[in-house]
Design a protein around this ligand. Structure first.
Ligand code: ZN
Length: 212
């Protein structure tokens, strides 16, 4: 990552434009992460991919909290709940996940279209697990999103808290959307990780790769 990835990613985008509607490939996760270093390119990728957003008011970085490249999705399933301001690259990863992972999984397992993704938000100035000391959470830079439930077009709601241990279609759907997230985000934590995640999936584009 870093400078090399930034140069390669912008060159690559000229010859091989990233469209978040395309099926994720082996480079998709790497290319989304590279967008974090280039907000302008990130906004171009969102526009090209038909992801509607508005710019969020910047929160200059103070004490490890804040962001300058925040966007707010305005027309996606994630936007029906209180639309979260996220770093642009996170919004790109969320858009790809919604379209390429969640929507197909809802049709496959539950036979319904996705209507709404319910979440616990993105930006929060705090440390990991809200501890008084230690490193900042990825939420402190709007580089993370916590997803709690999915409402389907037929009216059903599938929640991480209520359906993760379901042995049928609901549980299979949730495991599919978790597993698919691992190909797009860097950090993916589910109830399999620990009790703190019993009621939500945590997704981030932070420095650590984890898929649990
Ligand atoms: Zn989280």
């Amino acid at each position: 990552m870093g400078v090399t990835a930034t140069i390669l990613a912008s060159d690559l985008d000229r010859y091989w434009p990233l469209d978040l509607r395309d099926p994720p490939g082996v480079f998709t996760q790497w290319r989304i992460r590279a967008l974090a270093a280039s907000p302008d390119q990130c906004r171009r990728v969102l526009a090209r991919s038909g992801v509607e957003v508005r710019a969020a008011s910047p929160r200059p970085l103070v004490g490890g909290c804040g962001y300058v490249d925040g966007v707010v999705p305005t027309a996606a399933s994630i936007a029906l709940d209180a639309p979260p301001a996220m770093r642009c690259a996170m919004a790109a990863a969320v858009a790809a996940w919604e379209r390429r992972v969640v929507e197909p999984a809802a049709l496959k397992h539950l036979g319904s279209k996705l209507a709404e993704i319910r979440h616990f938000g993105s930006y929060s100035c705090r440390n990991v697990y809200g501890r008084a000391t230690g490193r900042r959470s990825q939420h402190a830079t709007a580089n993370a999103l916590d997803v709690a439930a999915f409402r389907l077009a037929d009216g059903r709601t599938i929640s991480v808290l209520g359906d993760w241990s379901d042995g049928g279609a609901r549980g299979a759907f949730l495991r599919d959307v978790r597993d698919g997230a691992c190909g797009l985000f860097a950090g993916v934590l589910s109830p399999d990780y620990n009790a703190a995640h019993r009621d939500h999936f945590h997704f981030d584009l932070g420095p650590f790769d984890i898929c649990r």
